[in-house]
Design a protein around this ligand. Structure first.
Ligand SMILES: [Zn+2]
Length: 502
């Protein structure tokens, strides 16, 4: 950099250096290193080691038995469905399946844990070394899956603020969970969100978990550290908890990354600890330090035999897998010639993809259907906080609406009004168009009349147009559409106007 020559050139130069140094320090690029641990609750009818129901909403402690209450002398029996579901997830995430895995006891005392230990897999999990591909900023990234293991859930404590007592409900005790642990491959809050969404999409496609973050059937903890870009060694990490929506995960990570950055730039040190995300204050706060970390004294559970999985079992599960989000996206791009963005969004949810395909079967113009589904339909569902399963407009009715546009019965603009009316009433498009008199005017004579009126009442604009101000055509089209309350066929209006104004 050149500094202007000045009498105090020496000072200027050293100032310049200082500034450069400071800027370098501030701009020192840190790279976040993020790993996620996801607990997904499996949708089996019964618990993992007994026949009690897993359904929710029952009166407290009614879905319990001596096994899940941890009575002395009882023996757990592994639910085969739990293994089937875990294998589905393991295969869908490209994991290696262990021919033999074990359950262990994770020992700790807590009132919601009647046995005094939780049965989980520890040293020998059922699946390891997998990966999924995610899309961030239009590019693809591969995130490694360290392991997937099975475990049982604990009970639930309820605290009565009015009285000095806590109550425990064991209905949830023994509900099956899988824990999916990622490699520390994630480099941004955005990528963490993309990874979680993809994982959730997969469990929902597989039908093994409903993926509900708010209700806790899909929970996430995040490990995050930062290091100067280019550095191999990992920084000290903190663990974030209480992340019960995608938005919270991303916000908590953004906050924690900048908190760690500021601490380091101020010359401080990161302490290894667990931090809780506080959505009301938009910050994380220390929950417990490393010195309080538990030693769970894991050991193999002597009540459960090693779990042996042969290749036949794996093959039968492999054969039962549905088309997964990645595969469906690829097919949508090839079969329907859709852009990557459309295909990704439409296949992010299996039911949404099914809706799209049902609509395209009736109205085989995929891009048009995609535009309507992504625009009007998803806009409506988001506004009403509904999922596609509760769409007030069926795929058949949307297809019929598009047929009316295609046939020239209504204009695209009127179609939006008809769509809103369909959503409100559930009536088919044809009926709404007939009742509200929305049929498009394609009668040339009728449009001729309107055009003639518009031309004679706007002499100044006509003159300007004829003197070369071509973009005034839009003004005339607008006037005609206004006059016909949006019902004139826009193509005809354009043609007639051009002819009459020439
Ligand atoms: Zn039970």
């Amino acid at each position: 950099m050149n500094h202007p020559a000045a009498p105090n050139g020496g000072i200027a130069a050293s100032l310049g250096q200082a500034t450069a140094y400071q800027i370098e320090g501030l701009a020192m690029e840190f790279e976040p290193v993020i790993g996620l641990e996801v607990h997904a609750q499996l949708k089996t009818k019964t618990k993992i080691f007994c026949g009690c129901s897993t359904s929710f909403g029952a009166p407290p402690n009614t879905h319990t038995c001596p096994v899940c209450l941890g009575m002395p002398g009882v023996l757990p029996v592994l639910n085969k469905k739990v293994v089937d579901y875990t294998l589905r997830m393991a295969l869908a995430t490209n994991c290696e399946i262990a021919p033999e895995s074990r359950f262990a006891r994770k020992n700790y005392f807590y009132p919601d844990l009647p046995k005094g230990y939780q049965i989980s897999q520890y040293e020998l999990p059922i699946a390891e070394h997998g990966f999924i591909d995610i899309e961030v900023n239009g590019g693809q990234q591969r995130i490694g899956i360290t392991r997937i293991h099975m475990e049982e859930d604990a009970g639930k404590l309820g605290h009565d603020p009015g009285r000095p007592l806590s109550m425990v409900d064991f209905n949830r005790t023994g509900v099956p969970l899988i824990e999916i642990v990622s490699e520390p491959d994630i480099r941004s809050a955005e990528a963490a969100g993309a990874y979680l969404r993809q994982l959730r999409s997969i469990v929902r496609y597989l039908g093994i978990c409903d993926g509900n973050l708010e209700e806790g059937s899909f929970r996430c903890d995040a490990n995050v550290s930062i290091r100067p870009r280019g550095e191999e060694k990992l920084g000290t990490r903190t663990e974030l908890k209480n992340l019960n929506s995608f938005k919270h995960v991303e916000k908590a990570l953004l906050y924690e990354i900048s908190r760690q950055k500021e601490t380091l730039l101020d010359g401080g040190k990161i302490v290894q600890e667990t931090r809780l995300w506080d959505p009301a204050k938009n910050k994380t706060a220390s929950m417990r330090g490393k010195e309080e970390a538990h030693d769970y004294r894991y050991f193999p559970d002597p009540d459960l035999l090693p779990l042996v999985i042969d290749s036949q079992w794996i093959q039968s599960i492999q054969k039962s897998l549905p088309e997964l989000p990645d595969q469906k996206k690829k097919r949508f791009m090839e079969q329907f010639d859709l852009p990557s963005y459309d295909a990704g969004l439409l296949t992010s949810d299996r039911e949404l993809a099914d809706y799209f395909e049902a609509c395209v079967r009736r109205f085989p113009q995929p891009k048009t259907v995609s535009n309507w589904v992504m625009g009007s339909l998803l806009g409506l569902l988001n506004a009403q906080d509904k999922t596609i399963a509760y769409s007030p407009v069926s795929p058949q009715n949307l297809a019929r609406l598009l047929e009316l546009i295609e046939a020239g019965v209504i204009s695209g603009k009127i179609a939006k009004t008809v769509f809103d009316e369909m959503a409100r009433t559930g009536n088919p498009a044809k009926q709404i168009v007939a009742e509200k008199g929305l049929v498009q005017i394609t009668d040339t004579d009728a449009i001729d009349d309107v055009v003639a009126r518009i031309i004679s009442s706007n002499p100044k604009e006509v003159e300007a147009y004829q003197n070369g101000k071509a973009k005034l055509l839009g003004f005339f089209v607008g006037q005609v559409m206004k006059e016909t309350r949006g019902k004139a066929n826009p193509k005809l209006v354009n043609e007639i106007l051009k002819k009459k104004l020439a």
